[in-house]
Write a protein of this length. Structure first.
Length: 211
C-alpha cells in the first residue's frame, strides 16, 4: 500500500486556470517538492482525459503519487496510484472492489460524521472541504471553517487534507487546527510563478508543523 501519511501538499490540476498547460504545472510543482498530484478535469471526455492522465503519470513516476479525481474509468485505464471521490460519485465499496486493495482511495467530507464514516469504510485519507470560501468549485457548500478540522482530527486517525480557499496567509492556522496536509488549486495557479509559489507553500506548511 502506498503511504499517504507523509504528504504535506497535494496539487490539484485545473486546465481552466492554468496559464501554460497542466503538464507544465505538474512539472513545476513536482520540481518544487510536491509529492502528490491530483488530476481533476470536469469538461473533457474520458478519451481525452486518459491521454492527459497517461502523460501526467509519466511525469509523476518515482517522484509523486498520482491520483485521479472522480473518474474511476480514467484511474483504471492508466493504473493510477489512487482515486479521490465525493459522496455524489461512485460508492466507496464499488471503487475499492474495482481499484483493488493496493490503491489509495480518498473521500471528500464536510463534517465530522462524514469523516468518521469514511474511516469506517476504509478510506486511506480524507479531504475536508471547503475550509474557506472558494471560487474553484461552482457547487461548493458554505465554508465549514477551521474549527471543524479540529473536531475531525479529534475523532479519526486518517490523514486529513484540508482544501478550499487556503492561501499562504492561513496555512499556519489550518495546520495548527489538525490538518496533516493541504491541497490547493487557485492559490498556486493564480500566481505568476508556479514553481516559486509551491516552494513557498511547502515551506510554510513545514514551518507550521514545527511544535
Amino acid at each position: 500500500m502506498i503511504d499517504f501519511s507523509d504528504i504535506d501538499f497535494c496539487f490539484i490540476t485545473d486546465s481552466k486556470l492554468s496559464k501554460k498547460s497542466i503538464f507544465s504545472d505538474v512539472k513545476n510543482v513536482i520540481n518544487a517538492g510536491c509529492k502528490a498530484i491530483q488530476y481533476r478535469e470536469k469538461i473533457k471526455n474520458n478519451e481525452k482525459m486518459i491521454k492527459e492522465a497517461k502523460k501526467i503519470k509519466s511525469i509523476c513516476r518515482d517522484k509523486a503519487i498520482f491520483i485521479v479525481n472522480d473518474k474511476i474509468e480514467v484511474a483504471l485505464a492508466v493504473d493510477a496510484d489512487g482515486l479521490h471521490i465525493g459522496k455524489d460519485d461512485i460508492s466507496y465499496g464499488t471503487a475499492r472492489k474495482l481499484m483493488g486493495e493496493d490503491k489509495l482511495i480518498g473521500l471528500t467530507v464536510h463534517n465530522v460524521n462524514e469523516a468518521i464514516e469514511a474511516e469506517k469504510l476504509g478510506a486511506n485519507y480524507i479531504g475536508i472541504a471547503p475550509i474557506f470560501k472558494t471560487k474553484t468549485k461552482k457547487d461548493a457548500i458554505e465554508p465549514i471553517g477551521i474549527k471543524e478540522i479540529t473536531i475531525v482530527r479529534n475523532n479519526i486517525n486518517l490523514p486529513i487534507i484540508a482544501l478550499g480557499g487556503i492561501k499562504k496567509e492561513n496555512i499556519r492556522d489550518v495546520i495548527k487546527a489538525g490538518a496533516d496536509s493541504i491541497a490547493a488549486i487557485s492559490a498556486i495557479l493564480n500566481s505568476d510563478n508556479v514553481f516559486y509559489e509551491t516552494k513557498e507553500f511547502l515551506k510554510l506548511i513545514k514551518e507550521s508543523k514545527i511544535k
